[in-house]
Structure formats: C-alpha cells, structure tokens
Design a protein. Structure first.
Length: 563
C-alpha cells in the first residue's frame, strides 16, 4: 500500500541508523533486503501445531496472511506459539495445563511482538485457548492488529447422522452403562473428527470466535467459515491488508475493544447459547484493555437477549450448519435489527459494525437452526449467574436444553475428578444427587480443569438432568445437563464450597439465581474454624507458578493482576 507517512512506528529503531547494522544483519539472514527495511514490520502469530486438528492447517493460513502483508507493502515475519488440545488433555492430569496455556500463549505473543519491535500483528488461532490468548496479547500490546479464527471442523457422519467429539465422550458413558460394546465405541472414535478445524458445535472455540467477530476484532464472517473452506485462506490474506490499513489510520485495538464492544460479544454468546468459558475469557480480554467487565454485565445482557440457536451440545446443529444458512453475520444482522447490538462500534475493517452488517446477507428463510424472536428456545440467555452462600462471588450455569430450572438435593462431595469418575462408574450416584467436585479451581486444580469426561459419563449413564453437578472448576463448551461451574471463592482459598459435607441439602435455582446450602451460620462458622488450608498441589514448575499468581475465576483467572 502507498502511504504518505512513515508507518514504522516501532521498527524504525531497528531499520535505521548505523548503530543498528548488527540488528539488520540478522534480518538479512531471514530474507530482508534494503527495500524491506523501509516498510512497517508486521508479525504473524501462528498457533500451528500437529497436536490437534484445530490447528493442523494454520501453517498454510499464516503463509496466506504473510502474502497479504507483502502484497500491500508490509514486511511480515511469521512466528509460532504453543497450543494444547483440550480434547486430548481432557479427563486426566493433562487438563490442568489447558487454562494455563492461555496465559503462556498471550505472554509469548506479547514478548515476541515487543522484543522484535513489530509495528502491527495478525494472529491466527484454533483450539479453545488460542482465541482469548491472542486477544489478550493484542489488548496488552495495543498495536494495529487483526485476529483470524482457523475455523470449525466439519461434522463427522455415521449411519446417516452427524457426530462430533462430544458423541465420543458420551459414548464412553454409554459403554460403561452397557448400552454399546467396545466395537461400537471404536467405530464412533473413528468417525467423529474427519479433518482440520476446531470442535464443531457451539463449544468454546466457536463461542469465542463468534464473540471476537461481534467485538469487531476479526473479519466479518470469519468466525463461522469452516477450516477447510477456500474462503479461510482469503480471510487471512485480507487480514494482512487490513492490518496495514489500521496502521495507516492509527486504529488501535483499544479503540475497537470498548465496553460496548464487549456488550456486543456477550449478546452474541447469549443468542447462540455459547460456552460458560466465555465468562472467563471475555473478562480476561477486558482486563487486558482496561475495560471493567464483571459477571453482573453478563447478567444484565442475558435478561434482554433470547436464546435463538439450536446448536450442539444442547441442540441439534453444528457451526457448519449455521455457516450454510448465513453464519454469525446473519445472526448479528437479526440482533441489530432488534436493537440488541451497538451498531456504532468500530471494527478492524475501519467501518462500524452496522456498516459491516449492511453488506451481510440475511439468514436463509425456512431454516430451523436460528429461531425467530417470536419463538425463541428461551426468552432470555441460557448462561446464568448464580449467587448465594455457596458462591458469594458467583457461579455460572448453562441452562440451555433443560426442562427443570430448579434442582434441590443432597450433596455428594468429592475432592477430585478421579474420585467422581470412579463413583459414577460404580453406579454410586443416584437420581436427585448434587455431585460436588471441589479443589478444582484456578489455584486448587490448579488450572481449573474442565469436567467434560464426568458430564459426558453422567449423560451416557442416563442421568442427564437427573443429577446436578457443581464445581469450582470449569466445564467444556461440550458439557450439558444441570451443571454449575466457576464457583467462587474456590475451595483452595477457603470458599464455602470447601465447607460442604456429604448430605448437605443444596438448592440451585436459575430463576431466583440462587446457589445455596442449608446449614446454620453457627455450623458454618464451626466448620470454617476446623478447615485447614491444603498446600498447593505443585511446589515447582509452571503449575506452581500459575497457582501462586492466578486470580479468582470471578476476575477471569488472569495472572497479571495488580498486586
């Protein structure tokens, strides 16, 4: 692109002056010429990895973004950061490392962009933690930046039906219940993940991609374009062009990621019935741009926004299906027409959200995936904030697909996911029980592990909706049933969940938004006096460092809080 002024807002410290000859010598070795040193240097953060289908194709997408930067007058450099697969790390000790990976991805992008003095950034992510991590880094460095989502996986097909990764997790429960044999389980295993892309329902990766598009930080349509679509490569090249336009016009991430932009993100999450992880991730991104976002903001928006999308895990359809009828832009166009989005918010296109949506096609007619406002799945959003003597700072429940909005029953208390799994397999959990998994929070887990294996086993055992599950850990976007997570304060810091005992009567009411247990103030005080804080589970290494630094889930579980 041609520019009337120098766009080397930071890289000039390297590209000019005799004292920087050694610095430039290093860049000449990776392909820079005299001409390149006159151009703005743009980082392309790639989360490519062979450890998960979510990211297996991102090396090619990064090269397309690099090409887009080059064509339009920038000097791009690709660098990599890590990813872990939530699907592979689920259900064992590996899950402890998933949420901490978000911080490491964000930190590593921040480090490289600042150390190399890049002038702008294109970041490309896939699996669950990639999107929030990239946006956290973008928010911290506050340089012209565009995010591209690697895209959703296509659903698998078996016996004429769509299947996905959650089908496999729930099949494990069916196997243990004697409903299917090992050969049938193996057949499901071989069909659910047909290729590249992130888990295909309205799980965490797709939830966060939609939220970021609504926030204005990715290209229109990017969040629902499938991973294997030729359009995905086009988006990456376009992102390379857009980052230079943002640089030219001095449009920074904090100009885009305003409080109103976060409200737009929450609105799309509620309408689509997204993952409870959106609470953690949106609050963490907001922290990076110094926007005050709390659980109360989610609650205020939830009351106004109906649940419209019949998407997995609680519904029938996949992200691919949504894309085929108009995608996330079609849903946002509908929400804007109803006055539920702030149309005046700036986006990475340089236009407002309303201007972008004016060019979007409306949703196809006679489709069953997105309900009308006259007949929503639920008149208000399904992600409900609960508070009470069990969670004074709050907890989060996903109420989509549930007939009963209230649950009361005796506590079955476990101090680990492993203990809970053994109890479920041994048929020790009965209808009406409230299963409690504690010491699984940000500090106690550590890393706030997801409970997809447990929730899937409960569903597979035929107890979905018949038992409740509460935890100070998290749930996968693939979890469904009567589940409550993010209970804060967590057990590790002496939150009331640490004081629960087997048989305590717990009440969860999504209408009164209560989560409480029946115990007298005197009894609670006596239990608190007897409670002994357990040591952190790790004394060295990354999990020890994480556990010492991490904030409460009610603050986004971030590790860069002011001390």
């Amino acid at each position: 692109m041609s520019s009337n002024h120098d766009l080397r807002i930071r890289s000039k410290v390297i590209s000019e002056g005799v004292n920087r000859a050694p610095n430039r010598a290093m860049l000449r070795a990776v392909g820079f010429s005299d001409e390149d040193f006159k151009k703005p240097m743009i980082g392309v953060a790639s989360t490519w990895s062979e450890v998960t289908p979510c990211n297996i194709h991102i090396d090619e997408l990064a090269r397309e973004a690099k090409r887009g930067v080059q064509i339009h007058g920038g000097a791009p450099l690709i660098f990599n950061t890590i990813t872990v697969s939530d699907g592979i790390s689920m259900g064992h000790e590996g899950m402890l490392f998933s949420l901490p990976s978000r911080e490491i991805i964000a930190d590593s992008i921040e480090i490289v962009v600042n150390a190399e003095r890049f002038d702008g950034l294109v970041a490309i992510g896939g699996c669950d933690k990639n999107t929030p991590a990239c946006l956290m880094a973008i928010g911290r460095i506050n340089l012209p930046s565009v995010y591209v989502y690697g895209g959703t996986i296509q659903p698998g097909r078996m016996d004429g039906k769509q299947v996905d990764i959650v089908t496999a997790f729930e099949a494990v429960g069916q196997y243990h219940a004697g409903k299917i044999n090992e050969q049938e389980l193996h057949r499901i295993e071989c069909h659910v993940c047909p290729g590249a892309g992130a888990c295909g329902g309205m799980y965490t990766a797709n939830t966060m991609a939609a939220a970021v598009e609504a926030m204005g930080m990715s290209l229109p349509g990017s969040s629902s374009t499938p991973a294997i679509s030729p359009q995905k490569a086009v988006e990456c090249a376009e992102a390379g062009k857009l980052v230079l336009e943002l640089l030219e016009n001095n449009i920074l991430p904090r100009d885009i990621m305003t409080k109103k932009a976060f409200e737009n993100a929450i609105t799309i999450v509620m309408a689509l019935g997204g993952s409870t992880n959106a609470f953690l991730h949106l609050m963490a991104i907001a922290h990076s741009v110094r926007v005050d976002l709390s659980m109360d903001d989610f609650e205020q928006i939830r009351k106004k926004v109906p649940h419209l999308a019949d998407l997995k895990p609680s519904g029938k359809y996949s992200m691919q299906d949504l894309n085929d009828i108009g995608g996330v832009p079609g849903v946002m166009k509908l929400l804007l027409e109803q006055g539920l989005l702030h149309g005046d918010c700036l986006t990475v296109t340089g236009k407002t959200l309303a201007e972008n949506l004016a060019a979007a096609e409306p949703l196809k007619e006679n489709q069953a995936i997105i309900r009308s406002f006259d007949a929503p799945l639920k008149p208000s959003g399904p992600l409900v904030v609960l508070k009470g003597n069990l969670a004074p700072e709050g907890a989060v429940a996903k109420m989509s697909g549930l007939k009963n909005l209230r649950f009361s029953g005796p506590a079955r208390v476990f101090d680990s996911e492993e203990e809970t799994t053994l109890a479920i397999m041994a048929d020790e959990i009965r209808k009406g029980d409230v299963v409690v998994i504690r010491y699984a929070g940000p500090k106690g887990g550590p890393g706030m592990p997801e409970m997809l294996s447990v929730t899937a086993m409960i569903v597979g055992k035929g107890l979905g909706g018949e038992v409740a599950l509460i935890t100070d850990g998290r749930f996968s976007g693939g979890s469904h049933g009567f589940v409550v997570g993010h209970v804060s304060p967590e057990a590790q810091v002496g939150g009331p969940i640490a004081l629960l005992q087997d048989g305590d009567q717990i009440t969860i009411d999504s209408e009164t938004q209560e989560i409480s247990f029946e115990v007298s103030h005197e009894e609670l005080e006596a239990r608190a006096n007897k409670w002994i804080k357990p040591p952190l589970k790790f004394s060295s290494g990354v999990l020890a460092k994480y556990a010492r630094l991490v904030s409460s889930a009610s603050k986004g579980a971030v590790t860069d809080m002011d001390i």
